[in-house]
Each structure stands twice: as C-alpha cells, then as structure tokens.
Design a protein around this ligand. Sequence first.
Ligand code: M6R
Length: 615
Amino acid sequence: MCGIVGYIGDKQAYDILIHGLHRLEYRGYDSAGVAIEHETGELNVYKSKGKVTELESSVEGKDTGGTLGIAHTRWATHGEPNDVNAHPHVSEDRTLALVHNGTIENYGVLKTALMQHGYHFSSETDTEVLVQLISYVKHTNRCSLFDAVREALRQVEGAYAIAVVEKGNPDMLVVARKSSPLVIGIGDGETFVASDATPIVGYTDKVVYLKDNEIAVIRRDAPLEVHSIDSIQHPVPDIQTLKLSVEQLEKGGYDTFMLKEIFSQPGTLRDCIRGRITNDCKRVVLSGVIENRDRFINANRIVIVACGTSWHAALIGKRVIQEMCRISVEVEYASEFRYGCPYITDRDVVIAISQSGETADTLAAIQLAKSKGAFVYGICNVVGASIPRDTDSGTYIHVGPEIGVASTKAFTGQVTVLTLLALCAGQIRKTIDTETVESIARALTELPQTIKEVLTLADTIKELSRIYTYARNFLYLGRGYNYPTALEGALKLKEISYVHAEGYPAAEMKHGPIALIDSEMPTVIIAPNDSLYDKIISNVQQVKSRGGSVIAIVSKGDRSMEQIADHCLEIPEVPECLTPIVAAVPLQLLAYYIAINKGKDVDRPRNLAKSVTVE
Ligand code: M6R
C-alpha cells in the first residue's frame, strides 16, 4: 500500500518521479504528490486527490524545476483521500518534506506530545506526526537531517519506508525502512529510490534492497551510506543486478495490464516450470525442497499461510500436497493466524504464499512461525521481496511483474508451484509412484499449449459477458479441487466489477445459499470431468429446477452438461489436480469482460491496492 519514489542526480526530478508514480500506482491511487527542491532553495510541494494523472493536471503551469525530489501515491489508511491528507507531508516550518509507506502505530501518543510542545497539525495522517517529530528532534538537538531522522525513528513504533528532503539542503536525500519495502537504484551520478524496482528499470540495473531497520544517506556526489537505525553498525550495501526489462512493465498492445497478464499465461507457466521437471518427466526438481529434504520427510504436518488469491491457491495446495505426500495440511488466513492461538512446533513446515512478497499479515505469520522453530518456506513472485528474504527456503513462481491489481497469472503460477512442490516432496517422502509423477509432470509441461487453447474462448466469453453484465449477484460453485477455483472466480468478479459474488462448495449450496437462487441469480459452475463430476451434475440440476441460469466450465466433449446448463465453456482435459489452473482462465476472462462492459478501471479497482503492506 502506497508507493514512494525519490530521485537525486543531474536530471530534472519531476519527470522521473511522475514516471515512477505511474509504475507504482498499483500500490494505491487515492492521491498523489511530489516535493522538489528548487535551485532557488524553495521546497515546492504539489499534491492532489485522485490518480497520478490528476496530480499532473493540477501541476500544469507550475514550477517543477529541481534535481532532488520525492513523490508518493497513496492508499488511504489514516484520514480520507483528499488533498490535505495526501503526501508529501511537510513540517510546520515547511523545511522538511516526507513520503511514507506503512503505518505509525504510536502516532497518537507522539502527536499529543508534539502538540504539548506547540506543534499544530493540518492532516489526519500518522505521517504528518513523523515529519513533525523529525523537525522537533532537529531543532531540539540542533543536529543534521540524518541524525534527526534516525533519532525520530527510534521513537516510532510501526512499519515504514520513508524518504525525506530538507529545504536548502539540495544534496541530500535520507531514506529508511522497517517492514515496508525500499529499493535504491544506483546510476551514474544519480540515485533512485522506490517501493519496488519498477520505477528504476530503464535507468539502472544496480540496486540495493534496504533491509529492515536500515537508514541510508544518499548524497549527490558521494557513495551510498547505509547505517543501522538502532545501533552503530554500518552495513556495507549489497549491490545486486536487476533482472527486469522495460517491456515486462508495459501493456504490450493490450488495453489493460490485466488482459495482458491473462493472455501471457502460456508463457508465464512455461517460465514457472522451466528447469523443474526432468526431460523424461520422471522427476520434479525443486531445489528448495530437495536441499531441505529432511524437513519434508520428518514434518508432522504442513501449515500454509496466505491472503486473498494466494489463500485460494493455498487451498488447492492443501488438496494436492495431501494427495501426493500423505501428510496433514492446514490452511490459514495469514491475517488470522497469529490471533488464533496457533499451535506450531519445530516439526512443522510452514509455507507462506504471496505474489508481492510484502503482504504485512503474511510477513507477521512468518515471524511467528519462525519464533516457534518451524521451517518456513516461501512461494513468491517478486524477486528480492521481504518474504523470500525472511523465509528459510522457497521457490519463486517466476511469472514476471503482475501489475493489474487483480491477480491472474500469479494465481496459476502459485498453483503450478504448489503442484511441483507436492510432486517433489511426494517423491522424497516415497508417497507417490513414478507413473503418477510422470503423467502430471507431462501435463504440466503441456500447460502452455493447454492454456493457449483455453484462451481461444475469449471471444465467446466476451459475448457471454454481455448477457450477464447487469446481474447483481452471482454464485460460483465447485467441488474438490475446484471449490477454491470457485472462490477465486467470485473474488475476480467482485474486485474488478463491484458485483456481489459468492464462491461455495457446490454440495453445501443446499444447506442455505440455494434459497438465493432465482431467475436473477446466475450460477457459474466449475465441472470438469473429474472424480466428482456426477455429483456436481445433480447440483446443477438443483439450480436449474429453481429457475437459475447456469454457466458451466466443462471438459471438452461433455455432452451431458450441455443438456442442462444454459452455457458451457469447454476446457481441455487435464489431470484432476491441474483443473484449477485451466478452469481459472475462463473465470478471469468472464470477470474481465463483465467489468469492461460496466466501464470499470480493471487495473485499478476502487479501494484496492496491489500490495497490502498494512495490517
Ligand atoms: O501479494 P499477495 O499475494 O500476498 O497478496 C495477497 C492479496 O492481497 C491478493 O491476492 C489480493 O487478494 C488480490 N487483489 C486478488 O486479486
């Protein structure tokens, strides 16, 4: 939530900052703002409610000159989205400007103390408290900007990635992080700062991922200096090479990032599987599992923690791991995990799944699991994010940057990696035979082609979406492997079209939700030709006999469902454990086209942010 950008160098900062904000807009778009140190010594701050384009319009004709600046795109936590609550926030004497991603938990106490010292506040945000605190420390201790920021942060509880500039100090930018991400890009005579690497790509490929409790001083003409916030340690910056290209971050001819990401799935799944299945398909090689084979052999049980779409992938993971590894698997919402009195021991394997690798609740669950001695395994997309750094081992899904707020290719990548993990651990635990491995592994290698075939349904689904654009409620049903697929289909529709949709295990419908069924309530049923097919047919009949209309996702050649359902979307037949990957694609497309028909901004749905870095 919230994206921050900073620049110091020889170019005009404004364009670089705005470009960076556009790249980070997926993190929030309630308001945006910039603060730029002008050659005249002025600190110009411009901010505006709404998306970055609204900031650009509001700044037209104003002086944005200067080669040092910071910028912010906001997902509101403290205070409604308006111009005043927008970042950057400035100190009362207007000498300091600060942008912040995270939450200051003890801001109430700090604010009261500062008010007692005569400070006044204009916004409702926790961030304004931090900039005022830095100003207070600076004046009281008569110290440098760096010392003031460090001392203020020692008094702060919560999560932050911040960037601070000072009026009349055109050669220095101070940044720090705790629990919120911050990347520093080191160019030739210029330095970039951002919440993730996407604003930096194209300028430099040398980056430093600031670690928790680190503060960095970025001077115009001096090497990067990193310090610890709490101690006198002076860590040597670990400069890494970025492996991201500009093309990966652009729409590539598609109308939206979400559509590009849906259509990129044949390629992303190929990348996800690459090097992980032997040529003869007899073995699955996940290095994170193999290097920790004893942990997987001796595990008492596996607990998976995740949020949102990643949690849906986790539910599928539970099913496939239990089947292949004969071990008990529990799935927890990461946001509930630490409040549920979890019983975790050093014999447990805890798997944390996250596209962004920055979800605050998932990070907190990881810390708790580690404190109990569990072996923690991360499944993540963003390379270098906090989760892969905080876990004992793990696997990247390697599907490339996902920019649309609604997760699509990350979901299919997560389910693919969970299947690979189940096969690999099953082989190590000797709970799976070679024929099973071979047939599933072969189908995995064929997935890119299979998904290509599914994508040819796009035009049919677009047509179909027109019939249902104005339905006000949807029910999504599935069983076994595809109950989580139903949850995921419903979530996609909810988040981008704002239509109410509920995912349910098909057989549970008769225990309550069936009361909702009438001619106004379409039901989407995921019914591939699997072990529960006959059972789901009777669930469809129950819907039809109550006047409901049914859209069924079925296996190719299914002629029975054709007789009952109103519309059938045929997908290629694959092993049962892979049906969620294949069935998810038409559900993504259905949600997409309904949202487009309704004129919604699918890449930036209201109230959402791509990466949820607050509790
Ligand atoms: O980055 P993560 O996978 O940890 O994010 C978890 C959820 O916030 C995320 O999946 C969210 O539900 C998406 N908007 C779903 O499309």
